[in-house]
Design a binder for this molecule. Structure first.
Ligand code: FMN
Ligand code: ATP
Length: 291
């Protein structure tokens, strides 16, 4: 997969060198099951038409420029993690557009002309609620008008689970309320952070991109993973922590070396770690007494 960074106004050299493609549109934070439906739909169309599969995302979340609702500066999948998942899903070209104030003011027709047609899209795939153009005036009803027949359009219907739209917002809510064990229902896997695992024995220091979305402070059962290693442990998120660094206390295993490419997987919130430990120790004491 090649990644092409674009800042408005888009350079003619990028447009001239863009291969014909099927283009999937969105921000795609998390690349959750709804996002995967977009990418898989676009991939099948690209295969049927013999075209490249491209995805367009933004380097910054639109909320950082558009003054409405909360500003999103932490991510379920920071760009490098998002790109890795796109590559695994078979995306050939990833367009990463700077979402600047200038871009936000581009009218919907101009965005279609310069970015969708400009990047040689022969077919565009987006979900039912995708919006584009100044004031979000462009939507999936407007796109056929703005396309002027220059490319095909597929609108993907809402993917729901438990009667609610699978969304990055829903996932952020689950993570920020400690309900990490529910994440796999909507993400398709546990919430994970890519980073580095260092340490010896039972204590592991995990360092990661501080733009990852942090779970609510508390104790969590986590798994430290690398190609050749996997161990469960407890990770406490304090209310004040050094960004991009967490300590994991391994349960049974020990860390015998550093792992440059490791993953911290969030399994579940330990409601009351102290009580759980006392219970566990209490059980052990009872067991010893009975022996
Ligand atoms: C080129 C471009 C310009 C945009 N300008 C705006 C804008 O001015 N105001 C706005 O609310 N959304 C704008 N959007 C849409 C945002 O990307 C985003 O989809 C919208 O804010 C709705 O966010 P939501 O999906 O979280 O509801 C623009 C999108 C693009 C691609
Ligand atoms: N559950 C879903 N079903 C179908 N399409 C979806 C779903 N969620 C997102 N999409 C589509 O995926 C693309 C990426 O959208 P976006 O990045 O805004 O995801 P989102 O989950 O809606 O994010 P947020 O919750 O932050 O608004 C868009 O085309 C959007 O319409």
């Amino acid at each position: 997969m090649i990644t092409i960074a674009i800042t408005h106004p888009i350079a003619p050299s990028i447009q001239e060198n863009s291969p014909s493609c099927v283009l999937a549109l969105g921000f795609f934070d998390g690349v959750h099951l709804g996002h995967q439906k977009i990418i898989r739909t676009a991939k099948k169309i690209a295969k049927d038409k013999g075209l490249k599969l491209a995805a367009m995302t933004f380097a910054q979340h639109p909320s950082s420029v558009i003054p409405k609702g909360p500003t999103i500066t932490r991510f379920i999948t920071p760009l490098s993690a998002k790109a890795k998942i796109f590559e695994q899903l078979g995306v050939d070209i990833l367009y990463v557009v700077d979402f600047t104030k200038e871009l936000a003011q581009v009218p919907h027709q101009q965005f279609v002309d310069q970015y969708l047609c400009g990047l040689n899209s022969k077919h565009v795939v987006a979900g039912f609620d995708y919006k584009y153009g100044f004031k979000g005036k462009g939507d999936m009803n407007q796109l056929p008008v703005d396309s002027k027949g220059r490319f095909g359009i597929t609108t993907v219907s809402k993917f729901e689970k438990h009667e609610q739209k699978v969304s990055s917002t829903l996932l952020r809510t689950l993570i920020s309320t400690g309900r990490v064990e529910e994440v796999p229902h909507y993400l398709g896997k546990s919430y994970e952070m890519a980073g580095k695992a260092e340490g010896k024995g039972k204590t592991c220091t995990f360092s990661f991109d501080p733009s990852y979305y942090m779970p609510v402070p508390g104790h969590y059962e986590v798994t430290v993973k690398s190609d050749l290693y996997q161990a469960k442990g407890m990770c406490e998120i304090k209310s004040i922590y050094s960004p991009g660094e967490l300590t994991v206390t391994l349960f049974e295993d020990t860390l015998y070396q550093d792992f440059e490419n490791a993953t911290l997987q969030w399994n579940n919130f330990i409601a009351d770690f102290e009580m759980d430990i006392l219970h566990a120790q209490g059980d052990l004491r009872e067991l010893e007494m009975s022996m």
